[in-house]
Write a protein that binds this ligand. Structure first.
Ligand code: SF4
Ligand code: SF4
Length: 398
């Protein structure tokens, strides 16, 4: 009922740095705009045009193409937060019921990744055997045109433990929150972040146990489990008493926002206040020179909506980079673009801004993309590779 109907969610956001509303920009259907979704939910709640039930097909049809990008959370003048509403609808709809296959597959990705990481080479070989990946994707409710990511041969935490004795333990302590994507798929980003943080005078610490923010449970509406998972994480982060830095924007956004909403506790609020992005933590640091470096930046939607991208823009400006900031969403948005039935809209969303900008970018331009989703979309749909801010800064350190 916050929606006043003025329709900013139907406006073109090119050049604004805004995100809302990628699904409407892709389909141009009112039901795929934030306003259309808000209206259908209003109708469900008052029971006039839509049956008063979480299972109403109109509700699910309207929410199906919502990417949970949180664009409306920051860009809608009245703060309609459709990502949270979608989580709640999925939570209420499937409570005690059988869920869509993707909720068990992608919705529990951190658990599957932890198991697979015990034998990464064998898992990588298995999923690349003829016919296995398409079958696996189909069973998990995912689109067969997507690729199964490779597991890193060594997890980030294992690298950290193996190299601990080589690193200085002096400096301002900071706790690096190790998300699932950095841990199992792209540990090189964590390695780069440790180099940058140490160059900036920090000593880097990790949680005693691998911890998860519960993001994939939240977006698939498995809120009881999400609350337990993020509750354990918040408890350990709170005990550490250290400032926390996150690398994956959506996981950092959970610690900054969703965790507080889910738990409503004082420790969750304190952890939110202590959590920063890499650029926020390095606000007073003199970065290595990026003079003459052309950057096409795709801020992750949750980064834009929850933390804001101002600290990143300022850091890149201090470094002397020439930055073109894109608006809009990459179209993958976590589980959205991978789920069966969403591929075409996912590509259409990417075509609104990301793909034309990447196509027009010079060969020497860096495509800056901190989000694992954004980098996956780039590698699935283009020949370019996305670079994380930590990798870019580490590559320019003396
Ligand atoms: S969802 Fe927000 S931007 Fe869209 S019509 Fe409603 S109030 Fe306006
Ligand atoms: S979360 Fe994103 S896709 Fe969903 S309604 Fe809001 S802006 Fe649109």
């Amino acid at each position: 009922h916050r929606c006043t109907g003025i329709g900013k969610c139907r406006a073109d956001n090119t050049g604004t740095g805004g995100v809302m509303c990628p699904s409407f920009l892709a389909t141009r259907e009112e039901k795929d705009s934030t306003r259309g979704r808000a209206r259908v939910l209003q109708e469900m709640l008052n029971g006039h045009l839509v049956a008063e039930s979480w299972q109403s097909p109109e509700v699910h049809e309207a929410l199906d193409l919502c990417l949970s990008c949180k664009g409306c959370l920051s860009d809608c003048p009245t703060g309609v937060d459709m990502a949270t509403l979608k989580s709640e609808v999925l939570h209420q709809t499937y409570r005690g019921r059988r869920r869509p296959a993707s909720h068990y597959g992608l919705g529990r990705l951190p658990q599957w990744a932890a198991i697979a990481s015990r034998a990464p080479s064998a898992v990588n070989a298995l999923v690349r055997a003829p016919g296995v990946a398409p079958l696996g994707l189909t069973v998990a409710g995912l689109d067969r045109r997507r690729r199964v990511p490779r597991f890193a041969p060594r997890t980030f935490r294992k690298w950290f433990a193996d190299t601990l004795s080589q690193r200085s333990r002096t400096g301002d302590p900071v706790l690096l929150f190790v998300d699932t994507f950095t841990e199992y798929f792209t540990p090189e980003i964590g390695v780069a972040a440790v180099r940058v943080l140490e160059a900036a005078g920090h000593s880097v610490h990790l949680t005693d146990e691998p911890r998860c923010c519960g993001l994939t449970w939240i977006t698939t509406g498995q809120l009881d489990q999400a609350r337990k998972i993020v509750g354990r994480t918040v408890a350990e982060l709170f005990r550490s008493g250290m400032p926390i830095v996150g690398l994956e924007p959506s996981c950092t956004a959970v610690l900054r926002s969703d965790a507080v909403e889910l738990l409503g506790s004082a420790p969750a609020r304190l952890v939110a206040d202590s959590t920063t992005t890499l650029a926020e933590l390095l606000a007073d640091w003199e970065p290595p020179s990026l003079d003459g470096t052309r950057i096409v930046a795709q801020p992750h939607c949750h980064h834009h909506a929850v933390m804001g991208w101002g600290a990143d823009a300022a850091l890149l400006r201090r470094a002397g980079a020439d930055v073109q900031r894109l608006a809009g969403c990459c179209g993958l948005a976590g589980n959205f673009g991978v789920e069966r039935g969403h591929y075409d809209v996912s590509v259409a969303v990417a075509q609104t801004q990301l793909l034309p900008a990447v196509e027009a970018a010079s060969d020497d331009a860096v495509i800056l993309a901190d989000g694992y989703s954004c980098r996956t979309q780039l590698s699935d749909l283009t020949t370019r590779r996305g670079t994380h801010l930590a990798e870019l800064l580490a590559s320019r350190l003396p």
